[in-house]
Design a protein around this ligand. Structure first.
Ligand code: FAD
Length: 393
């Protein structure tokens, strides 16, 4: 069986690796000219670490990652309003959490793909997908080449997925009313004495800092905004300084020490959960199928889970593609829809612009039982993976 994967992001490459390990014939097509390093960083939560371990990559991820111990919530004045014990989360789920720069994760994935002999064809932008008279989809590249395969996996992301357009007839993501500036801050001197993720909450504003090592972190500063405007990298720092001027010192440090080339500004979109995941021989996965908001912290983790599930399902139901696709969609739809909707709920609270609401939200955060929260997160994130049977970390 020949499988073509369209898009070499976290989802596309990890799926290529998972399928190659099961013996499938894989081709990967990516529109960028090289491995896609865009984006700041992600936390590989224990569910993602489980998948990375299953795929033989966790040790290499660990080498370039940080191990966060706590997720602290603070107000815009620096008062602590909650703390989630990540060591407890790891212990409950049986795998570690790792903070990693996106470029480093992509290089680990790319390195493993190379070792397995997976060729990623770069500069290969899919322009359209058509259907043959015998109901097989074919993808057409910008260089007029046509991709024919038994299975075409749509791993082409959230913003303009050609495969989502083919399967659903509509690929427009939904703007969720906030802007994220993201960045990577690296310094020759130590900036962090502890590996605590710090999440500062204001009124319709938020700033999160995730250390990856004592000298390195990625961060995201966000504000509610009903309008989408131009992006001008030259003004990113001044925009951030004016919004976060009176916020605690670590935030000023992040903005100050991050070079403009390591910053980006994102008008944050997600996708509504879908019922239909496939059409003919095309199957959606990763952000093309279920792009959650960054407030989920689970986008890349869920793309990795897709890879793991898909390889298992295709291996066992290889003779009936339709059945395999249906099994995949039913294995993945509830969990990913729950994550998408949960992330929207958190975003609507974080980016609420009513001061009284935010005061109450912060008071609730102070009163929250964080042990129960750990248990809830562990149950939700572990679901469908059978991690208990495998846990060894
Ligand atoms: C601000 C922000 C912060 C985030 N933080 C986190 C986090 O902390 N934790 C987390 O788990 N996730 C996070 N995410 C989400 C995460 O980055 C994505 O969910 C994840 O990368 C999805 O992987 P993917 O492979 O489906 O898509 P992508 O990584 O977007 O990859 C899609 C690939 O397809 C390629 N492509 C697109 N169109 C075509 C085409 N027509 N032809 C060929 N190739 C094409 C693209 O170039 C790209 O390489 C965040 C996202 C955002 C926006």
């Amino acid at each position: 069986m020949k499988i073509a994967i369209l898009g070499a992001g976290v989802g596309g490459i990890s799926t290529a690796i998972a399928l190659k390990k099961k013996g499938f014939d894989i081709e990967v097509y990516e529109k960028s000219s090289n491995i896609n390093e865009r984006g700041a960083g992600i936390v590989c939560w224990p569910n993602a670490s489980f998948v990375l371990d299953e795929l033989g990559m966790l040790d290499d991820v660990k080498k370039v990652s940080g191990a966060p111990t706590e997720m602290r919530r603070l107000t815009d004045k620096g008062e602590t309003i909650g703390s989630l014990n990540l060591l407890k989360l790891n212990e409950t789920m049986g795998y570690p959490s790792y903070s990693i720069l996106r470029r480093d994760l992509m290089h680990v994935l790319g390195g493993h793909a190379k070792k397995l002999g997976i060729e990623i064809r770069y500069n290969a932008e899919v322009k359209s997908i058509t259907t043959t008279p015998d109901n097989l989809a074919q993808a057409h590249l910008q260089n007029s080449k046509t991709i024919k395969a038994d299975v075409i996996i749509g791993a082409d992301g959230r913003m303009n997925s050609v495969t989502r357009q083919y399967v659903l007839g509509n690929n427009k993501p939904v703007y969720q009313g906030f802007i994220n500036w993201v960045g990577i801050c690296e310094s020759p001197k130590e900036m962090f004495s502890e590996m605590a993720v710090c999440d500062y909450w204001g009124v319709g504003e938020r700033f999160g800092i995730v250390p990856v090592s004592p000298q390195k972190a990625y961060w995201a500063g966000a504000i509610a905004s009903v309008t989408l405007a131009e992006r001008n990298p030259e003004t990113y720092k001044s925009e951030l300084f004016s919004i976060f001027e009176h916020w605690p010192a670590p935030i000023q440090m992040m903005i100050e020490k991050t070079s403009l080339s390591k910053m980006n500004k994102i008008y944050v979109h997600d996708h509504d959960p879908i019922k239909r995941w496939h059409r003919n021989n095309v199957l959606l996965m990763g952000d093309a199928a279920h792009a959650p908001l960054p407030t989920s912290g689970q986008g890349a983790c869920q793309a990795l889970e897709d890879a793991w599930h898909l390889a298992k399902i295709l291996e066992s139901k290889m003779t009936d593609i339709n059945k395999a696709f249906q099994s995949f969609a039913s294995a993945r739809s509830d969990k990913t829809a729950g994550i998408t909707l949960g992330a929207r709920k958190l975003a609507s609270s974080l980016f609420n612009t009513d001061a009284a609401f935010c005061l109450e939200r912060n008071l609730n955060s102070k009163m929250m039982n964080y042990d129960d929260m750990v248990t809830g997160m562990a149950n939700a994130w572990a679901s469908g993976l059978g991690m208990d049977e495998h846990a060894k970390h």
